[in-house]
Write a protein of this length. Sequence first.
Length: 231
Amino acid sequence: MLIGICDDEISVLGAMRKMVEDYCKKNSVKAEIRLFASGAELVAGAKDLDLLFLDIEMPGLDGIAAGKLLRKENPHCKIVMATCRDDRMRDAFQLEACRFLSKPFDEAQFAEVMESFERSMTGCEKIELWEMRQPVSVRQREIVYVQTFDSYTEFIVGNRLMRSEKSLSALEEELDPKLFFRVNKKYIVNFSYIDSYEKGVLTIRKKVLTVSRRKKKEFERRYREFDLYFR
């Protein structure tokens, strides 16, 4: 996973980095840590972050403004707002921040945030696909849906079209079950991109799909779980 820390105080960046490193080492979590000393640095280099600890009070582009820009480029990133001012927390709700940390940081509170994030992690693993006869590596969460044909599978990844020779059965084993579900013989869908669902029929990117009758109950259970714990 990719974890970002954004704060204009160098001492805070160092302290937060150590807390992340200590937690990851203790809990056998593989993570890459990126540090940002300003809102401008964050916006320029945080498009692929999974988790971000973001200071609200910064000169120039503050945490709220930087977070809004980041959200447009990386809607999947979980944002934890850090502040010593309770009155700014209302502003942070605009960013759909998943948690808040009060300065100075409490190690127990920080560990709780990390544990919560780990439980909610979905689709961060990469999968190897082909695009225009070239191999590409993409994060699973970028996949909108998968459709099978006679000898290959087709992937809608963002606004791009990719392929694989793997069967849907093999992909069911590889794709994150918290995020993906095989709705019928032809399609696997990403819960996070479903636009609507009612009585066994879903729409995803204007495509209308029917959930097979024998899978309908399990689909609805998993879709509810996704909404509750992983969205």
